[in-house]
Design a protein around this ligand. Structure first.
Ligand code: SAH
Length: 246
């Protein structure tokens, strides 16, 4: 069981940012959006930026204050671009995600995001158990709200789902799509050589140089069994055509 993750936005002033957050969350498989005293956000702009994440917009829970938005939460992370001298723990977005990834299914996590202009107040941050920052260039550390949610949600997804691509379905590779084995390649080269000699393209007195080059060329292509079968077919028909001409 995985922990539940709630995104909490405090006093958001642009409907477009709420929409952008909804989209970012849906992209990363998060669904719980809590809004503390937001602007009017179910607007044309809001839905336009949500770009199809309408369910998240429709189901967003509007709260009077941050305490209400955090009810039931066991692990609360407050995000901030600013470095403040605080007694509680700081962690990067990736460290935060790793901590969440290690939690069990009974945990209810909240990630709290601040106002576009002024972020979270010290009182609001005091309600959080940890502060999270997204590492940036220190001279330009403040991200757009939806971009900050996007990055945190992505890190959380990577930590919960694992970031390794699905293992290649080795068993699903058809036999003809397997790389042609060495003995089949050797037969092909023998066939190719005899065809080229038959055509008069390869001088049997000096066969080595051309065949070495052709081997290099075909090896680079890593032909599959079925591709090699095509090449063999072409050689066979070439042999027949050449024999007719003689
Ligand atoms: N001037 C404000 C910036 C607010 S940006 C400040 O200094 O706090 C709006 C919100 O996006 C922030 O409150 C925070 O929740 C999030 N955010 C933006 N940049 C961030 C960063 N580098 N690390 C963590 N959160 C960030």
């Amino acid at each position: 069981m995985k922990p539940s993750v709630r995104i909490v936005l405090v006093n958001t002033t642009h409907a477009g940012n709420v929409g952008g957050v909804a989209r970012a969350m849906k992209n990363m498989g998060l669904a719980e959006l809590y809004l503390v005293q937001p602007c009017k956000f179910r607007t044309y702009d809001g839905y336009a930026r949500a770009s199809g994440a309408n369910d998240i917009m429709d189901n967003a829970v509007v709260c009077e204050d941050l305490t209400e938005a955090l009810s039931g939460c066991t692990h609360v992370y407050g995000t901030s671009a600013r470095s403040r001298t605080l007694e509680w723990e700081d962690c990067s977005a990736r460290e935060c995600a790793a901590q969440i990834g290690a939690l069990g299914g009974s945990a209810q996590v909240a990630i709290v995001f601040g106002r576009e202009r002024s972020g979270l107040t010290n009182e609001e941050l005091a309600l959080c158990h940890h502060r999270v920052y997204i590492p940036t260039d220190p001279s330009f550390a403040s991200l757009n709200l939806a971009a900050a949610v996007q990055l945190l949600s992505y890190e959380i997804r990577m930590a919960l789902e694992g970031d390794s691509p699905a293992p290649a379905a080795a068993a699903a590779v058809r036999k003809e799509d397997e790389p042609a084995p060495a003995d089949a390649m050797a037969h092909f080269y023998t066939h190719l050589e005899s065809t080229l000699v038959g055509l008069g393209f390869l001088d049997p007195e000096n066969p080595r140089q051309l065949m070495r080059r052709l081997r290099k060329l075909y090896q680079r292509a890593h032909p599959t069994r079925s591709e090699l079968a095509i090449l063999r077919g072409i050689l066979s028909l070439t042999d027949k055509a050449a024999a007719k001409d003689r």
